[in-house]
Design a protein around this ligand. Structure first.
Ligand code: NAD
Ligand code: TYD
Length: 343
């Protein structure tokens, strides 16, 4: 493993992974291949832009010719696929791009990996493929996939395709299924950066329903370390869950976030719930632990640190929130907040 094509590398987790890998493996070449959708942002990669081992190609993973060209030009031996449409609420509004990128795009990348005889194809997946998990249970990698949103269904479809290429063609694949990541460079549509930036501006925090849904909030660099471990030590054909193993109610997350920013609880606004909202995700992380990985941050530390990063990095998020985001925010929250008596 020496020359990696990191698809979706200009997004949140992908860019953190690229920065982490260039630092840890100075001899590797990292090529970011990204369509630069609304969520792709070259500001995320500014800190490595002068690194001679970093390269950027603008391209769509659904475009087989451009994918093949990038693989040949940079003598790629490994694909790590982060590229996806990633926001559940947008998948409810318009699922089309989710299916295009995660289903067809993953197929294009798998075909390219087969055609060029790559050493490894690694798929970045999510705990959402398991669906809602009742209290007292946690998802094992061998559990049935039971996705319930268009986003989760598009990701589960990709996992199944990856597995099919392993079984049918012997393609050397691995999959990691991460829980909710938080940290620097997360587009402020996701709950922790949305709530942090709203709180900084004294705006309401739109909590869906009763806010007692449970998520496993993990620090993005812990996730990146685990992906690195699976790339180097993972068993081919296997999936690995990556999380903290500890889930938290959204209301608790909101309290930690508000305290970290010294902002008042009066900003909390309960609004109409998300349709089909999964109440609880919970991962069994024994398998990745057995490879020698432990999360370095608790959810509390991750939320606190993330909220403070947004406080210290207004240069990064203010231009996002003043652009396309405004129309999205109005469509997603305008009516909900008006009905809850908010702004
Ligand atoms: P993100 O939305 O921040 O970034 C996605 C990136 O993919 C963007 O840079 C975008 O431009 C790019 N992209 C989208 N469609 C593309 C296409 N057709 N061709 C090329 N590039 C394209 O997402 P993220 O939060 O960084 O998530 C990255 C991956 O991790 C996704 O596969 C997601 O499903 C998975 N994941 C995310 C989380 C989370 O909490 N954010 C948790 C588990 C798994
Ligand atoms: P999100 O960051 O969208 O991630 P996911 O739905 O993929 O887990 O949401 C995390 C949790 O926060 C989820 O239970 C939905 C909730 N949420 C809100 O209560 N309000 C919001 O405005 C958003 C975006 C999410």
């Amino acid at each position: 493993m020496k020359n990696l094509l990191v698809t979706g590398g200009a997004g949140f987790i992908g860019s953190n992974f690229v920065i982490y890998m260039l630092d840890k493996y100075p001899e590797y070449n990292i090529v970011v291949y990204d369509k630069l959708t609304y969520a792709g942002n070259l500001d995320n990669l500014l800190e490595v832009s002068d690194n001679p081992h970093y390269h950027f190609v603008k391209g769509d993973i659904c475009d087989a010719a451009t994918v093949a060209q990038a693989i040949q030009q940079y003598d790629i031996d490994t694909i790590v696929n982060f590229a996806a449409e990633t926001h559940v609420d947008r998948s409810i509004m318009d699922p089309d791009a989710f299916i295009q990128t995660s289903v067809y795009g993953t197929y294009v990348l798998l075909e390219a990996a087969k055609q060029f005889g790559l050493e490894r194809y690694h798929q970045i997946s999510t705990d959402e493929v398991y669906g809602h998990i009742p209290h007292g249970q946690s998802s094992k990698e061998t559990d049935k996939l039971d996705p319930r949103s268009p986003y989760a269904a598009s990701k589960a479809s990709a996992d199944l395709m990856v597995n099919a290429y392993f079984v049918t063609y012997g393609l050397p694949v691995t999959i990691t299924r991460g829980s909710n990541n938080i940290g620097p460079y997360q587009y402020p549509e996701k709950v922790v950066p949305l709530f942090s930036t709203n709180a900084i501006d004294g705006l309401p925090l739109p909590v869906y329903g009763d806010g007692r849904q449970m998520r496993e909030y993990q620090y993005v660099l812990d996730h990146c370390e685990a992906i690195d471990l699976v790339l180097h030590k993972g068993v081919l054909g296997e999936a690995y869950n990556i999380g903290t193993g500890v889930e938290m109610e959204n209301m608790r997350m909101v309290e930690i976030l508000l305290d970290a920013l010294d902002a008042p609880r009066s900003l909390i606004r309960h609004v109409e719930d998300r349709p089909g909202h999964d109440r609880r995700y919970s991962l069994d992380i024994a398998k990745i632990r057995a490879l020698g990985w432990e999360p370095r941050h608790t959810a509390e530390e991750a939320i606190h640190q993330t909220a403070q990063w947004y406080q210290a990095n207004e240069w990064w998020w203010r231009k996002i929130k003043s652009g396309e985001f405004k129309a999205y925010y109005q469509a997603q929250y305008g009516k909900r907040l008006a009905e809850s008596g908010g702004q």
